[in-house]
Design a protein around this ligand. Structure first.
Ligand SMILES: Cc1cc2nc3c(=O)[nH]c(=O)nc-3n(C[C@H](O)[C@H](O)[C@H](O)COP(=O)(O)O)c2cc1C
Length: 246
């Protein structure tokens, strides 16, 4: 069955990062995968104003295209999140969009979507950029797969099949066969405690999704160590975080 992937390009210019995305789109097409490249700069997405309306009420107070792009992300089977390295990290425009997805930390809507990370740089900052992108994906409940980078020295080096193998496999693999990292399991436990103790709107959502009595957003493989650490973290947080819900 054909799969659809959305690739977010967060550089204004369509050069290094965009070039890599274009190249990969062609390669993925040969694997029965359609890729839609979305240029963040084509969307009117303004900075979060910190009102927390999305967290507390569910909708955003800013009338722009932030919600439109968030909805778009929910419609695809997989995500390619890309950024040029700017000052050692992701681009500002991408961070602006990520901030706008804050309610997904509380009430995730794209859980389990395989996610591939792409970055280009003149020389440095790849590790921190990937770390930021991966953390966001985990906060969304998405599933991190591969990490593809290029720098000035190897910018034109073709992307090999091996570099996006995990992404490809996970697009077609049933979720119960996914193997969760400790970071994913730990994040889930933190999000669960918040849902149970802080905002009622979160608890209602988590109850509806059936996540309050589970180890993760969906059934998947977990190592005994991750499981144990997750349970321990939940136990500690559950004791420490004060219940603010009536
Ligand atoms: C504002 C800005 C900040 C940058 N910061 C870094 C950096 O910290 N380290 C680095 O090696 N390259 C840095 N670069 C270079 C870009 O990461 C590199 O040219 C990248 O491939 C650009 O991607 P693009 O063609 O998709 O825009 C920076 C470029 C710009 C414009």
């Amino acid at each position: 069955m054909k799969k659809r992937v959305i690739a977010i390009n967060s550089s204004k210019r369509k050069r290094n990062t965009y070039g890599l995305l274009e190249q990969m789109s062609k390669q993925l097409k040969e694997n029965n995968i359609d890729v839609d490249i979305v240029n963040l700069f084509d969307y009117d997405i303004r900075p979060c104003i910190g009102c927390e309306h999305c967290l507390r009420k569910g909708s955003c107070n800013i009338n722009d295209e932030g919600e439109l792009l968030m909805k778009k992300l929910t419609e695809y089977d997989g995500i390619i999140l890309s950024s040029p390295v700017y000052m050692g990290n992701i681009s500002g425009q991408l961070k602006v969009f990520i901030d706008r997805t804050c309610r997904w930390f509380h009430r995730p809507e794209i859980v389990g979507k395989p996610t591939l990370f792409v970055t280009t740089t003149a020389a440095s900052g790849i590790r921190d950029t990937f770390k930021s992108l991966e953390t966001v994906a985990i906060q969304w409940g998405a599933f991190p797969t591969d990490y593809i980078s290029r720098n000035t020295k190897n910018m034109t080096k073709p992307v090999s099949d091996k570099e996006y193998k995990k992404f490809l496999i996970h697009l077609f693999l049933p979720r119960e066969k996914y193997k969760l990292s400790m970071k994913q399991v730990m994040h889930f436990q933190v999000q669960k405690v918040l849902a149970e103790k802080i905002l009622k709107i979160d608890r209602v959502y988590w109850e509806k999704e059936g996540w309050l009595n589970t180890r993760y957003f969906y059934n998947a493989k977990t190592s005994p160590i991750s499981k144990g650490m997750g349970n321990l973290l939940y136990f500690i947080l559950n004791k420490r975080v004060e219940n603010k819900q009536e």
